[in-house]
Design a protein around this ligand. Structure first.
Ligand code: 1PR
Length: 597
C-alpha cells in the first residue's frame, strides 16, 4: 500500500553506485552521496552476495511492521503457511533475523522517516548488504531505491539505483494500477517459479522503472502503460511490487518459496495465459443484522431486502464468512462486504462485522473491501470517533479497502457548494493516511427521466429507449442514506447531485476507485446499466466497478465490451447459485476478455 500525502524532503538524491562484481559470493561496493538525509554518513557500503538462500528453514519469520497501517493480511498468509511471526521491536531484531519480511505500508516519506528515526533504516541496509534472506512487499520494494517522487523527491534506502515515480494517467491508463496483472520474468528468481503465466495482484500509484543501472536487480517487470519493475532479486534479497498475500494460490506459493526455499510448492498452479491487466469479477455480500440479531448475507430487489411475505423478514442467503470463503475458492478476484444495517448506532459497536472480517481474512487471500457506516460519529456517552478511526478498525480487522457511500455524497455536495477542500471529510482523511487506492466510493444512483438536457443542471444522457412519458433524456440521481428516514426505497433519499458530478468530485477528493451501483437494476437480473457505466467510466481516470443487475454470463462480457469498467460485481446470481463464478470467467475467456484463472 502507498499513501498519497505526507511531509517531503526538498532535495534530490545524488548517488553513484559502483558494483565491483555481480556474481554470487561476491562483494559489491556501493558508493553513495546522500544529501539532506540522515543516512548520508553511511557510505561507502558493502553488499555481500552469499551463495545459498537456504540458510534458515526454521518455522519463525521476522516481520518488520513499523505500525503505519494494516499488515494483517501478510500476518494471516504467513500463519496460514504454518510459520510463527516474531515482530521487530528494535534494530537489533533486524540484524538477528534469520528471515525478514518487510511489507511496506503507508506513504514513502513517512515510512522513511520512521525507519530513519528508529535506526531501522541503518539496520535494514546492513541486513540487506550482508545478503540475509529478505522479502520486501510493495512499498517494501520501493524503499530500497534511491528516491521517490511521492510527495517528494524523498530519499530512500539507496540500495538500488533508480527513482520511484507516479504512473502517468494521461496515456489512458487508470491510476491507481489496481488488479491482477501479468509478469514478464527477466531472470531466475526462485520465489516466482510457481507463477508461470498467471496473474498477481497489484495496487499502487507509484512504481520503479527498469534501467541499465538497476538491470542486475530486476527479476521481473510488468506492463501498465510502460514496463515497470515488478520484482527484484539479488542473492537472498527479494522484493515484489505486487501483493503475494492477496494473490491467491499463486501469491501463497511466492511466500512459501521465500519462507522455505527448498519447498517446491504443494501443487504446481495451473498454467494460465496472463498477458495484461485482467478484468476483475467481484462477489459482493450485502450483510445486515436480521430481526433475530444475526448478521446474515442478504440481497435486495432495488434495495428492498425484506421478503414479500406476511412475516416480512430480512432475506437470509447464508453466512458471511462461509460464503466469502466459497467465493474465494470459486475464483472471485475480490470479495466485498457492504454492511447495510441501518447504523443508528456506532458501527464499531458492530462486533459481529469486525469478527466476520477477521475470520474471513484468515483464509481468503484476495482483496477484501468493507463498506457501511463509515463517517464521523459521537456515541451515546458523547465520545467522538472520526471516520478515520472507524476505517482504521476495519483495516486492522482485515479489510484492504473501505467503501464510503452516504458520507461521500455529503462531502461532494459540500465541496461543490464551497469549492474548498477542508481535508476533513472521511474521504480526504482516510485517503491521506491509507492512500487513495484503499478508498472506494460507492455510488447508489437511480435513473430520472427528463424531456431535454436543459431541464436539469446535471449531466444527462440521451436514452436508447424513451421513458414512461416519452422522455428522451435521463440523469442519474445520487441517493443518500439519512439515519432517520422512513424505510422506503431502502431508506434512501434522492439528492441534488448526479452520479456524473459525484464521481468527478470524489476522484478529486481522493477516491481511488468507484463502485457504481444502480438502484433500478439491483437484483433484477436483466443486465448492468450500460449507459450509466459508460457515462461514469469515461468521466474519471480511476477504476470503475460496474455493479447491479447481472443475471447471466453474457451480461459480464457486455459490460466489458461496451464500457471502460475495470471490474464487474454481482451478488444475487452467486448467492442463489444460478451462475457460478467459474462460468462467468470461462465465458469471458471465450469472448477474448482477459481474466485471472
Ligand atoms: O452509505 O456508507 O453507510 O454505505 C452503505 C453501503 O451499503 C453502500 O455501498 C450502499 O450501496 C449499500 N446499500 C445500502 N442499502 C442497501 C440495500 O440493498 N438496501 N446495498 C445497499 C447495495 C447494491 C450492491 C449489490 C449490487 C449487485 N447493494 O452492492 O450487491 O446491486 O446486486 P445484484 O447482482 O444482485 O443485482 P454507507
Amino acid at each position: 500500500m502507498e499513501g498519497v500525502a505526507c511531509a517531503s524532503f526538498t532535495s534530490s538524491a545524488s548517488k553513484s553506485l559502483s558494483f565491483s562484481s555481480l556474481s554470487q559470493s561476491s562483494i559489491i561496493t556501493l558508493r553513495q552521496n546522500y544529501h539532506n538525509n540522515t543516512l548520508k554518513s553511511k557510505s561507502p557500503r558493502k553488499l555481500v552476495i552469499r551463495a545459498s538462500s537456504g540458510s534458515s528453514s526454521g518455522s519463525v519469520v521476522t516481520l518488520l511492521d513499523y505500525g503505519a497501517g494494516n499488515v494483517r493480511s501478510v500476518r494471516n498468509a504467513i500463519r496460514y503457511l504454518g510459520y510463527e511471526i516474531e515482530d521487530v521491536r528494535t534494530p537489533k531484531d533486524i540484524l538477528n533475523a534469520d528471515r525478514l519480511i518487510f511489507p511496506g505500508v503507508g506513504a514513502f516519506a513517512s515510512a522513511m522517516d520512521v525507519l530513519t528515526k528508529t535506526g531501522m533504516a541503518e539496520a535494514l541496509c546492513t541486513y540487506i548488504e550482508n545478503d540475509r534472506p529478505f522479502l520486501g512487499i510493495c512499498l517494501g520494494l520501493q524503499l530500497l531505491f534511491e528516491s521517490s517522487e511521492e510527495n517528494g523527491p524523498v530519499n530512500g534506502l539507496g540500495l538500488i539505483p533508480g527513482v520511484v515515480g507516479r504512473f502517468n494517467s494521461l496515456n489512458g491508463f487508470r491510476v491507481p494500477h489496481i488488479g491482477w496483472n501479468a509478469l514478464q520474468i527477466a531472470k531466475d528468481s526462485e520465489i516466482l517459479d510457481d507463477i508461470g503465466d498467471r496473474h498477481v495482484y497489484f495496487v499502487h500509484s507509484y512504481r520503479a522503472m527498469p534501467s541499465n543501472d538497476n538491470k542486475e536487480w530486476v527479476s521481473s517487470t510488468c506492463n501498465y502503460g510502460d514496463d515497470f519493475i515488478a520484482s527484484i532479486r539479488r542473492g537472498n534479497v527479494h522484493a515484489v511490487q505486487f501483493h503475494p498475500e492477496k494473490s491467491g494460490d499463486v501469491g501463497l506459493s511466492v511466500l512459501r518459496r521465500f519462507l522455505n526455499p527448498k519447498s517446491q510448492g504443494s501443487k504446481k498452479p495451473t498454467q494460465g495465459k496472463a498477458s495484461k491487466l485482467a478484468k476483475r469479477v467481484i462477489a459482493c455480500l450485502d450483510v445486515r443484522t436480521n430481526d433475530k440479531g444475526d448478521l446474515v448475507v442478504t440481497k435486495g430487489d432495488q434495495y428492498d431486502v425484506r421478503e414479500q411475505t406476511k412475516e416480512n423478514e430480512v432475506r437470509n442467503l447464508g453466512k458471511p464468512v462461509e460464503l466469502a470463503g466459497q467465493y474465494y475458492k470459486d475464483g472471485a478476484d475480490e470479495v466485498s462486504f457492504l454492511n447495510i444495517t441501518g447504523f443508528r448506532d456506532f458501527p464499531l459497536g458492530d462486533l459481529p462485522m469486525l469478527q466476520v472480517l477477521r475470520h474471513t481474512s484468515e483464509n481468503v487471500f484476495v482483496p477484501l473491501t468493507v463498506g457501511g457506516g463509515i463517517r464521523d460519529f459521537t456515541d451515546a456517552n458523547g465520545r467522538y470517533y472520526s471516520s478515520l478511526e472507524v476505517a482504521s478498525e476495519y483495516f486492522r480487522s482485515g479489510a484492504d479497502k473501505i467503501s464510503i457511500g452516504s458520507d461521500a455524497v455529503y462531502a461532494a455536495e459540500e465541496y461543490i457548494k464551497t469549492k474548498v477542500k477542508t481535508g476533513k471529510s472521511s474521504l480526504e482523511q482516510i485517503s491521506k493516511v491509507y492512500g487513495n487506492q484503499a478508498v472506494v466510493v460507492s455510488i447508489d444512483p437511480r435513473r430520472v427521466y427528463v424531456q431535454g438536457p436543459n431541464d436539469v443542471q446535471f449531466k444527462t444522457i440521451r436514452v436508447p429507449k424513451p421513458g414512461p412519458n416519452g422522455e428522451e433524456y435521463a440523469w442519474y440521481q445520487c441517493t443518500f442514506k439519512w439515519l432517520y428516514v422512513p424505510k422506503v426505497n431502502g431508506g434512501r433519499e434522492g439528492r441534488s447531485i448526479g452520479a456524473y458530478e459525484l464521481a468527478k468530485v470524489v476522484e478529486e477528493l481522493g477516491a481511488g476507485e468507484i463502485l457504481l451501483n444502480c438502484i433500478d437494476c439491483d437484483g433484477q437480473g436483466k443486465g448492468f446499466d450500460i449507459d450509466l457505466i459508460k457515462l461514469i467510466s469515461d468521466a474519471v481516470s480511476i477504476p470503475v466497478i460496474a455493479s447491479s443487475g447481472a443475471g447471466a454470463v453474457e451480461h459480464f462480457s457486455e459490460v466489458f465490451m461496451k464500457t471502460n469498467a475495470s471490474a464487474a460485481l454481482a451478488a444475487g446470481i452467486f448467492h442463489r447459485k444460478e451462475v457460478p463464478i467459474q462460468s462467468v470467467k470461462a465465458h469471458l475467456l471465450k469472448e477474448g476478455i482477459e481474466v485471472r484463472i
